[in-house]
Ligand binder design. Structure first.
Ligand code: SAM
Length: 246
């Protein structure tokens, strides 16, 4: 994977045709089907903080269930290391068949018998039982009703269950206490840039998550964007707990 495969990804990022379709699933499929093989290599340099999220994620000792919502190729599960083998079940849920195809190949190659890949919508999927942990890694910004997917995650988590999110965002001009503020350039440039690819950055994810869940870890950072001359886009990590008395 090198410059040539990067050019294929960049074509999809820049082409309007590669992201059109009659509905959300069709648009995702149009965007990702031609870049599914190069996805992991390119996103490794763009989607920062994913490994850190999975490392920090508190999982129940001796079992438990995890759903990675909008989990794409399932690459995040690699970052769990040996912890994955102790899970009762881990699911990669996604609406895009092409990325799920890669996830299924990974599951087979890895021999993960406790992992499955599910085609579904993060705002609606009903697991057989309430789950212990749910993650969203750079998926909220691609889910039009992102607030609905957080509310839905809240519903299907067990009391005391964990939510972990990493994503791009817009730091507010006047943020909550202890949160970072963003310059006018940051607040206008990055939403416009990513919006072209149907990635919608928001200043409301962090406040919304913080009001629904008891925060455990909140980090705000910046990461380099490939081929953008060292420019860094803002991203956050949020880990929180569903209150026991929900
Ligand atoms: C930028 S990718 C991130 C994939 C993966 N989580 C990662 O970190 O590499 C966004 C993912 O969200 C998925 N997605 C978007 N809307 C969705 C929805 N409503 N339900 C499930 N998945 C969705 C896309 O198909 C895509 O796989």
């Amino acid at each position: 994977m090198g410059f040539r495969s990067d050019m294929g990804v960049l074509w999809h990022l820049l082409s309007a045709k590669a992201k059109s379709g009659a509905d959300h699933q069709e648009r995702l499929e149009a965007f990702y089907s031609g870049q599914r093989e190069a996805y992991d290599s390119f996103r490794k340099r763009l989607l920062h903080g994913r490994e850190r999220l999975m490392e920090l994620l508190p999982l129940p000792a001796g079992g438990g269930t995890l759903i990675d919502m909008g989990g794409g190729t399932g690459s995040n599960l690699e970052a769990l290391g040996d912890k994955i083998n102790h899970l009762e079940r881990a699911s990669v849920l996604d609406l895009c068949p092409s990325l799920l195809h890669v996830a299924r190949e990974r599951i087979t190659q890895r021999g993960w018998t406790n992992v499955d890949a599910i085609h579904g919508d993060a705002t609606q999927y009903q697991p057989p039982e309430p789950v212990d942990a749910i993650t969203f890694s750079y998926s909220l910004t691609m889910i039009p009703d992102w607030f609905e997917s957080i509310l839905h995650a809240y519903k299907i988590l067990k009391p005391g269950g964990i939510i972990g999110v990493v994503d791009f965002y817009v730091p507010r001009k006047w943020p909550d206490k202890d949160r970072k503020s963003g310059s006018g350039f940051t607040r206008t440039f990055w939403p416009t840039w990513f919006g072209y690819d149907n990635v919608f950055l928001s200043s409301d994810h962090l406040p919304f998550l913080s009001r629904r869940f008891d925060p455990i870890t909140v980090e705000e950072n910046r990461g380099k964007v490939p081929y953008m001359l060292g420019m860094k886009a803002p991203y956050y990590i949020f880990i929180g707990k569903k209150p026991l008395q929900a």
